[in-house]
Each structure stands twice: as structure tokens, then as C-alpha cells.
Design a protein around this ligand. Sequence first.
Ligand code: ATP
Length: 585
Amino acid sequence: MLTFKELRGNNIFGAIVFVLIALLIVAAVLIKNRTPVENRPYKEFMAAVEQGRVEEVILTEDALFKYRLSGQTSFVTTDNPHRDSLKEELLLRGINVSEGSLVTGKNAVSTGLSALFFVAVLVFVYRTANRSQTKPAMALSMADQAQSSVHYLKFDDIAGNEEAKEQVTDIVDFIKNPEKYERYGARMPHGVIFYGPPGTGKTLMAKAIAGEADSPFYAVSGSDFVQMYVGVGAGRIRELFQKARENKKAVIFIDEIDAMGKKRASGAHDSNDEREQTLNALLSEMSGFSSGDGIIVIAATNRLDTIDEALLRPGRFDRQVEIGLPDYNARKEILSLHMKNKPLGDNVDLEALAKQTVYFSGAMLENLLNEAAINAARRCESVTAKAKIAPDDIDKAYYTVVAGSEKKDRSNIKQREREITAYHESGHALAAKILSPENTVAKVTIIPSARGAGGFCVNIPPDKMYYTKQEIESQIMINFAGRVSEELIFGEDKITTGASNDIEKCVSLATDYINKFAMGKSFLREGQDSKKQISELLESMYERTKDLLRENMGIINKIAEQLLAKESLNEDEIDRIIELEKKAA
Ligand code: ATP
């Protein structure tokens, strides 16, 4: 539901209200003029005629006509007998007779003028109110808003994403030089869709294309068009394209295109006129580009599979470019790029950080370094040459980005709960170290996060295209290891709710193992048989995890002991504990 405030900000609503009020005023004025205050009996009129007191009469086709007595300025009305001889009779008596309507010419002019005056006042009031609204974005047209985000980004401001850059270089050339492509009869895509996880640099890439082509950049979001009145979204689209066409070259960027161009559920009758009109307006504007114009529409989405097929047809968004999560080299480049304006301590190892940040998007990496810089600034009282970002600042920032900020007040956490967390996390760390030595166990901690996690173990698999059956089994066991450790140490009846997330992951991995990857006993992917296979797989993995932890109980105890003393351990510290325990055994 829209609030009245939102409605006020909506141009079409304002326009409708404005026209209605103007019409009401005009109608009111007209009615006022049509209904003079006095209506006299016909008998009285005739008596005045007899007495020679009537100076002017306006005969009409209406039920009433008007007359004015000598010496008076205003007219009064009386019933119209519709008598053919009346006009002659009056003329013979020397009375000034004319034919018209109840509104005299003079009155009509004054009526029109007063209506115009009111309309003018209303326009003035409406515009002033609109201008003074607290939400200036609403007062601005969408095209104006969009262009206000001017940029000077270039491809060099994007680290990694090499394949995506490669796929859009001809687009930059086309925007700069559309005639060249026209001469060769080449049909350039009118639209490009960037798809990939959040924060991977889709907006950045669109801005860089505009920057490289030195063209205006218009950015809107698909969600801006949601919940508008029918026709408003379409109007805004037309306005936006009109503006772009005036420039001859432009990049129009539509973020969150799925809000506007989402697939409709099959068989559903969810006709959404507003959304459809907006979408149709977009498609028809795109097909209306002349080949000599260097205009390109770039849309972005996190999920290409949710986009309506109609949008992906040739001549529409027919080039789809994936912008994925950065690999190790790209992460190193992104970290270096965002480190440029930050004083980094010599002992910070960016390569190690790049290794620890598998699955981080560019935005997360930028956020991590920003948090680290904030930590350093907070820590250092004054700016000196020594005040640099230290490994510890990065460590804290890593924690914040992965789990949210640390819970500062830990005074009410009971010793028993700390022990449960310590053994739970030790189980995960040990299983990860033994089952997947190529994984990075970046950090184990029993510091709870403000988001509610009791502690965590960061276990990062290497960047890979494929995972083996054995690797998925290991992943299930690593996830089970927290619960198994609790059970072995505290007893079967003392297991806790702390493992709920881990169990969810185990079930999901096992389901994919059987149903998606067909790694079970049969290829049947659904039905009772598949359920049975998933359940058997989970049970056998749980038992294997128990065996693994029983064999390494000495290491588990040592890691837990160290966690209780220091709260957090990094990979080197865990490696050392394992090495020492193995030697001692
Ligand atoms: P969303 O899908 O959430 O809209 P997005 O894919 O459009 O996200 P951007 O808004 O372009 O992501 O990226 C957010 C920020 O992350 C950028 O401003 C930049 O600081 C950083 N970033 C992301 N990817 C890169 C990259 N490849 N190189 C440098 N910085 C990057």
C-alpha cells in the first residue's frame, strides 16, 4: 500500500488531483454564473414591462430568460413562456432585446478569466509545493536524476573481470563510432545484460563503458518502476530515452532489471498492467533506435534465469555477459587497487589475504579493506608514519565481513557455553585439516558475533571448476564434526542447537550428491529411493566423522584448550598444535 506522502510525490497523482480541482473550480464558477441570485415571477416581469421599467431583456432557449430593470446593473431571471410574439411585443415597447444564453458575453469572458486565474494560481501552488518537497528525487524527472550520476571511470578502475571487459570493448567502439558499424551493415546489440552475484562490479563495468566511450550515463533501477500507477513507468522510460536520444550517444543502465522483467509464473494470471506497460515501453524504445545512434542499454541482474524470455530475444538484450566472483588473481588485483589510497603495513600479506577470501565479491573485498582502515584509524591516536594498517586490523575486519561485528559484551556467556563452542569449533578445524589439507582454515574463534553466531571456523576450499565425490563427502564430514565433537565430549543427550546450520548444510550437500550429481547407488533422482539414499549417506558420514574424531581426540582437546585461553587461532597456530600432538603421540 502506498502512503499519502508517496502519492503526493507521484507526478501523475498530482496531475490528476490538479486537473480535478481546476475542473471543479471552473464548474463552480460557471454554475455560479448560471444561477443568478434572483428569479422573479413572470407576472412581476410583465407588470414591469407594462410600467416601462424594463430596459434590457436577453431571451434564451432555456427555461429562464434574463432581464434588467432601468437604473439597475444586474440581471434577474424569470420563467421563459417560449412565446413567439414576446420578442416583437418587447421591441415595440422600445426595450433592448437580444438573444443569447443565460451567461452573457461579458459574463462568459469574466467567467473564463476567473477560471483561468484560478487555474494559474493552482499551477503556481502545485509547482511551488513540488519544488519544496523534502524528497527532491521526486521533483526531478527520472532522466535528470539518472544523469546526475556523472562518472569518470575507466576499465583500469576495474580489477579482474578480464573476460567481461573483452566482451564489451566493441560496444565502447560502437558508442564512439556508430557510423562505422552502420557502414559495414553490422547490427550491434541494443541491449546487454550483465549477470552475476551481488557486488561483483556490474554497475562499475557499465560506468566504465560510458567513461571509455566518453558518453553520458543514465542509471535507473528496475525497482524504481515498481508500484507506480499504470502509465507512469512507461512515461518515465520514454522520457529517459528521449533525453538519451538528444545526446546521440549514451549508456542507459537499468539495475535490478528483474524487478521489471521477471518471468511470469507459468499458468498464473498475474497480469500486472503497470509492469507490462513499462516493459513494453522499454522494448519499443529499444527497437526504435536508429542505427546511427550510439545508444546502448545495459541491464544488470543477479539471476539471469528469472528474466522474462521476451527480454532476451534478438534485437533486445541479446548479449549476455557474466560478471562472476573474482578468482585468486582477480582478488589480488582488487585488493591492490583498493589498497592504493591506504597506508598498508609492511607485514600485511596481500597474497595470503587473497587466498583467504575465496567466494568474496569485489564489494566484500573493498569493504574488508575499508573496515581494516577504520580499525587502524581508530587504533592510532594521531597520523604518523608508523600509523599503518596492521595484520590485526585486517583480521578484525575479516571477522566483521564474514560474521558481522564481534559481540563486545561477553560477560554473560557462561564458562560451560564457552567450552561447548570451543569443542564444537575444534571438531570442525580438526576435520578440515585432516580431510581437506588443501583447504585453508583461515581462522577459528569462540568470539560470538553480534549476529548471533557462537563462534566459527573459516574453512575455505581452493578455487576449482569441479569437486570430486570424495571432496563432497569430506565437506559433509567437516560440517558434521562440530556436532560429533559435542556428542563425544559432553554425551549424546547434551548435544546442542549450535549445530543447526551445519546440519542444514549437510542435508543440502547430501541431497545434491544423490539428486543432482547422481553420485549415489542409482541414477534415480527423486522418490522414496532417493530419500532413502540421502538418509543412508548422512548416517554413514556421521559415523565416519565419529571415528575420525575419536582417533584424534588429543588434538581436539588441545585446540579447544587453546581456544578457551586465546579465543581465536589462525592457521599457523592450528598447524603447530597438530604437529606437536602428532609428535607426542
Ligand atoms: P549489485 O548486484 O549488488 O548491484 P554490482 O555487481 O553492481 O552489485 P558494484 O556496485 O559495481 O557491484 O560494485 C560495488 C563496489 O565493489 C564497487 O564500487 C567497487 O568498490 C567494488 N568492486 C566490485 N568489483 C570490483 C572490481 N572488479 N574491481 C574493483 N572494485 C570492485
